[in-house]
Design a protein around this ligand. Sequence first.
Ligand SMILES: Cc1cc2nc3c(=O)[nH]c(=O)nc-3n(C[C@H](O)[C@H](O)[C@H](O)COP(=O)(O)OP(=O)(O)OC[C@H]3O[C@@H](n4cnc5c(N)ncnc54)[C@H](O)[C@@H]3O)c2cc1C
Length: 552
Amino acid sequence: MKPIILTVDDDPEVLNAIERDLRHHFRADYRVVKAPSGEQALDAVRQLRQRGAHVALFLVDERMPYMSGTQFLVEAVKIYPDARRVLLTAYADTETAITAINRIGLDHYLLKPWEPPSERLYPVLDDLLSDWFARARPAFDGIRVVGSALAPATYIVKDFLASNQVPYQWLDVDSDRTARELVSGSNGLGGHLPVVFFPDGTTLSQPTPRELADRLGMQTRAQKPFYDLIVVGGGPAGLAAAVYGASEGLRTILVERSAPGGQAGTSSKIENYLGFPGGVSGADLARRAATQAKRFGAEIITAQEAVELKREDPYRRVVLSDGSELTGYAILVAPGMEVRRLEADGLEQFVGAGVHYGAALYEAATYRGQDIIIVGGANSAGQGAMFFSRHARKVTMLVRGPDLKSGMSQYLIDRINETRNIEVLTNTSIAAARGNGHLESVMLRDSVSGMEREMNASAMFIFIGTAPRTMLCGNLVLCDPHGFVLTGRDVMIDGKRPAGWTVERDPFPFETNVPGIFCAGDARSGSGKRVASAVGEGSATLSMVHQYLATV
Ligand SMILES: Cc1cc2nc3c(=O)[nH]c(=O)nc-3n(C[C@H](O)[C@H](O)[C@H](O)COP(=O)(O)OP(=O)(O)OC[C@H]3O[C@@H](n4cnc5c(N)ncnc54)[C@H](O)[C@@H]3O)c2cc1C
């Protein structure tokens, strides 16, 4: 059954025109359903739900009598929460559309008329439908992961698949009889959970990310013997550099230890990135950027960590965790930051078994209707709390400071205050974690009174800041005392070029103390620590890389 695009307009002429244009472009993959009013459209939506149909997109006129487009969408998204939402507006309605962005998570508003559709209609809807397809694609007939939600080994597999946006069906042996039957019928595989079942009938039990990547046909090894530019890290900075490098004709390879997207990829919604008035999820941004880089010819290898940088003039080498080496002329180091670990009695044993660092958005379904804790008081914690509040029964935010104001944007504070099932506990930290194989409760400590009390929680998501991931720099590339890479003028000491500097010029901006090794993004000392700044730095580095390459 094809997924559905539902369009609503009270003007029969406009309704027929939009139906015609939609059918023309989408009929191979989607069924177009039309309705002449919000009320009739809602009836249709209820019937579609009953029949088990999948609605991918609502395209709705805002100005309709009785029920406006926004009013319709408020109700329709309760039934199909994953469907993309687009309003058709007249110029004068843009204020309404902007309000709808906040109220119903409107994805886009299209101004009437949408002529020519090839420029003003199809690109927008193609984008939204590919987002929908990547995230909300109906029951998958492919990979199945069978394991225990409470086991760290399962967490590693789910985390790898989810962050690489590989769709899979999750079957929990603790609650699902089919899952138990599947593993017990598979020659003793049940002893080594999780087991990954592939559509061709083969299995992998307790696979490492590299084994999974290889089995899924993801690139884990370089294809060329030599590159003009080697990028370490597939966050926004690295991806931007790969897009620009490859599009400007450089032989470009990007190495990513986990999944493209970096920290940004874990964000449920980035609302301040230019050009996305309705926000964009980190996963969408990552998927688009990785596709863009590959389209220009960049190689992206995943599940490989860069462990060392080498200088053998005029070549630069990157040593990977499997012992292989990449060779090229220039390196861009963009390893970003990683979350700080939380120190609390007994906590470490529950990592992956109820305790998660960062957002781990794919865990939302596991904790549906349960009580969870978010640790941290900055924007990332706020975004995490907002996201999980849609799934959990109650979200308790634990903030060490006296309020949220010092670390969080006001718009997020306002949203948190308006959200009924989020409670914020200030002056509070975690003293200990308890449970039996899985997190069950935490001991909270009030930093003002010193009192401790126990709170039950099924899961805890920790966002307590980050530190640069620059171990690979070793003694070759200079870092500041906090581990951030020094670049440009910062590597000059008393106006003198750094030791071992061999070229007749000062270091370029973004260039480290080693000619031809650059750094961009959050790992760079003095960087902006935002998606846009990382993208900007990754792109800007390319002009220096070109200047450098002209000399080797
Ligand atoms: C939950 C969350 C929400 C956020 N929300 C926003 C927001 O709304 N707006 C905003 O502007 N900013 C936001 N940020 C900040 C933003 O995501 C970062 O500033 C940005 O991602 C930095 O990009 P980067 O490329 O420098 O590094 P990162 O995003 O950290 O990416 C670095 C990548 O390099 C990889 N890597 C590291 N070391 C190695 C190695 N040795 N070998 C191979 N690969 C390696 C990592 O796995 C990672 O994928 C948020 C951050 C978080 C954590």
